[in-house]
Design a protein around this ligand. Sequence first.
Ligand SMILES: Nc1ncnc2c1ncn2[C@@H]1O[C@H](COP(=O)(O)OP(=O)(O)O)[C@@H](O)[C@H]1O
Ligand SMILES: [Mg+2]
Length: 356
Amino acid sequence: MSFIKKLKLNLGGKSQPLGLEIGSSAIKVVEIAEKSKIPVLQNAYIASLPRGLVVAGVIKDEESMVAELKNIWESNGIRKREISFALPGNFSMIETFSLPADTDEEEIMAQVEKRVSTTIPLKKDELTFGFDVYPPNPEEDNDNIQVIYAIARKEMVRAYRNIFEAAELTMESVKPTPVCLANVVSANTVFQKGESVLVLEIGCESTNLLVLKEGRILYSRNISIGGSMVTQIIADKLNISFGEAEKMKLNAGEMDAHLLRDAAVAVAAKLQGEVSISVGQVEGAMETPLNIQRVLITGGGSRSPFIEDELASLLNMKVEAFSPIKNMALSPKLDPTLLEVIAPRIASAIGLLLKV
Ligand SMILES: Nc1ncnc2c1ncn2[C@@H]1O[C@H](COP(=O)(O)OP(=O)(O)O)[C@@H](O)[C@H]1O
Ligand SMILES: [Mg+2]
């Protein structure tokens, strides 16, 4: 049951691990320390991965991944080897349900197990799952607790653990990426009373979509659309390789703005379709409109030119670029300008280490 709850990390402990996220474009490692109860970002490292090494969270060549991990540790002289790992968004399923406030832990666990057995066609011993409890919301006229539980296949967690062992890293804890994102968003956002927001963490090959109500997860899903779609559109249009198109994209000054705009429209339209399905599902389940006014976007793909504008006009919502380091102190040895650029890409890794 420790998947979420027991593995929540305490800031400030001597053995605060590093936060590690492996996306399809890069490995991200962050280090956080706590000073006077404020988290301080000590270090952030990003190492690009060859395209195709990580596909939908699956590592296609374990030896190469071990070498990539060893390399990021060695080339940066990172000494700490204990890590907390963000389980890819498509590897875990997160659900919530409510129960009367006086339900004891044993009963909650029994209810979670019952739900898991009816929603997942796998045997209990093939799964790892855990839960956390949101206390009753004083704004609501009942005193129900919200139970949030996450499920993942043991096999997936084991596969990563083996790779980390081979790279001489110790996986001290693992958290589903949506939980990391909810943590980092809550730590850096002021919510209105009862406000529901949409979060889109737009990565390279996929996007994590979350609906949060005052920071609590109502819903989460992983969608196979990301920044690589923009690159692919550029590559196809200009008849150049993906690698060349990626370089051009990252140097947007050199690019035809119309082409970038068209690519942004295509990505935003796909995201809008998925958002509308997701919001419909939550509203259907809750039997009440969510009335979402704001979308927080992060992840490297959120930095694509025109994405913010196109999403705002298609979703008809206010779109804000979310920075995971807004409320965080930065170590003086870090370059704040550089950090601002990479910040959207390390949101999940930071969220791993925050206790909300
Ligand atoms: N400045 C930028 N402008 C446009 N796209 C960017 C920029 N920086 C990163 N990206 C895109 O963001 C994606 C990588 O984002 P990231 O959050 O690191 O993804 P992942 O975690 O899936 O590897 C890539 O598609 C990359 O091209
Ligand atoms: Mg990512």
